[in-house]
Design a protein around this ligand. Structure first.
Ligand code: NAI
Length: 415
């Protein structure tokens, strides 16, 4: 099949060195997946805002060369009706190293659980990175939302999310039940005749590579603490292993020393501590200022990221990225919002702030700072899309495009 991807003529490839350092050219090719549903509303707005930001920061010297690659419904139109995630797309995401994507609908039938999960597994994107910051003016259910300021590192490839599970009464479940009988634990299965079974996979290697990234991030950002969030009081070997291996790593690789409270402290003062997941969900409401960088397992991370996002305005404004040792895909954290798709009313903030993370990852810090300043100013001026404006008295909602135009105007004014 001939290629459906048009490579931008002036673009150059991002390279990665053997020490994993990035070499970013002035005209990097960045693949993008427009996304399903509101993807068609938010992606062009994100690109317009980023192009203006980069121009403001670097004039004509630097420019992102966008390259469309296809996944989801658009892939079924461009390739054929059964191709949701073409190999060509996977290969491009790998080859060009840094990319960005809108939301993708989960195909109904066809044996695909989720395109997002498939992407994470195929590219071994083991870090799901979710910064949680509050922008003044954004409606929040909290009295002091500005106290919530965290960065979540969620393990993305293991846990009960690995997709190893079988339907009740299937032959695999029957075989596993007979194994459990051999292990003398069958009486722990309350209703063996009607149970489905899933397997929770948590490894030392998988846990430590995630926790290592969290500690490195905390060191480079002068953070006060890394909290390992787990449910090891009940799941002693899987979630308890995550905690144990985390502390072992802190000791061995970062020379952390255990203090009297059972926490581990690095020579620069960074504290590595842990918290049981249910207690953590209380703490993020009652004492969010006590937590800074968070490292956690896949399922806990899923719940915690959305709970924290809600504290600062919801998934409409929460950015994210999925990262391996080499590849990074920045993405809107919300779904396709089908009921508002194509209406030019969706909030593009999640995708634009994901692009902000991308600029930081590329070390285009001047551009990242300009965008952040404009974002703050725009929201402080109560220039907002309907999801936020509807919660504020006498605040007139902007369309998706008009919100992007407001951001661009505030960039031009030199915010
Ligand atoms: P959703 O995030 O699409 O929508 C949840 C609610 O938030 C809806 O009321 C929606 O209108 C609103 N919403 C979401 N994003 C918004 C935005 N940017 N501006 C304004 N309002 C927004 O979640 P839902 O309904 O559970 O999923 C819909 C589809 O999206 C499903 O096929 C699901 O599998 C997929 N999905 C994809 C994700 C991804 O690609 N990363 C993540 C979550 C869901």
């Amino acid at each position: 099949m001939s290629s459906k991807i048009k490579i931008p003529k002036k673009g150059e490839e991002i390279r990665i060195g053997s020490n994993l350092d990035l070499d970013i050219p002035n005209h990097p090719i960045i693949p993008f997946i427009s996304g399903d549903g509101i993807g068609i509303d938010i992606t062009p707005s994100m690109q317009a805002v980023i192009d203006h930001t980069v121009k403001k920061a670097y004039g004509e010297t630097k420019k992102i060369e966008w390259m469309e690659v296809f996944a989801g419904h658009k892939a079924t139109e461009v390739y054929n009706k059964n191709t949701w995630l073409p190999d060509e797309t996977i290969n491009a995401l790998k080859k060009y190293i840094i990319s960005i994507k809108g939301p993708l609908a989960t195909p109904v039938g066809g044996g695909i659980r989720s395109l997002n999960v498939a992407l994470r597994q195929k590219l071994d994107l083991y870090v799901c990175l979710r910064p949680i910051n509050y922008f003044s003016g954004v409606p929040s259910p909290l009295k002091n939302p500005e106290k919530t300021n965290m960065v979540i590192f969620r393990e993305n490839t293991e846990d009960i999310y690995a997709g190893i599970e079988w339907e009740a009464k299937s032959k695999e479940v029957n075989q596993l039940l007979s194994k459990l009988d051999q292990f003398d634990v069958i009486d722990k299965v309350r209703f063996p005749d009607s149970c489905a079974l899933g397997i929770k996979v948590v490894s030392k290697e998988g846990s430590q590579r995630l926790i290592r990234r969290a500690i490195e991030y905390a060191i480079s950002h002068n953070s006060k603490s890394v909290t390992l969030v787990h449910k090891g009081n009940i799941m002693k070997y899987t979630e308890g292993g995550f905690k144990k291996w985390g502390y072992e790593l802190a000791e061995k690789e970062f020379s952390a020393i255990k203090n009297n409270s059972g926490e581990y402290v690095l020579s620069n003062g960074l504290v590595i501590k842990d918290c049981i997941a249910d207690a953590f969900l209380q703490e993020i409401l009652l004492k969010p200022e006590d937590h800074d960088v968070v490292a956690t397992l896949n399922l806990n991370g899923d719940y915690i990221s959305d709970a924290l996002a809600a504290q600062v305005g919801g998934i409409g404004i929460s950015p994210g990225a999925n990262i391996s040792d080499s590849t990074a895909i920045f993405e809107a954290t919300h779904g396709t919002a089908p009921t508002i798709a194509g209406k030019n009313i969706a909030n593009p903030s999640s995708l634009i702030l994901s692009a902000h993370m991308m600029l930081e990852h590329m070390n285009w810090i001047e551009a990242a700072n300009i965008l952040h300043g404009s974002f703050r100013k725009t929201l402080e001026k109560r220039q907002m899309t309907a999801d936020f404006a509807s919660q504020i008295k006498d605040c007139k909602a902007l369309s998706t495009k008009d919100f992007a135009i407001a951001l661009i105007a505030n960039i031009k004014k030199g915010s």
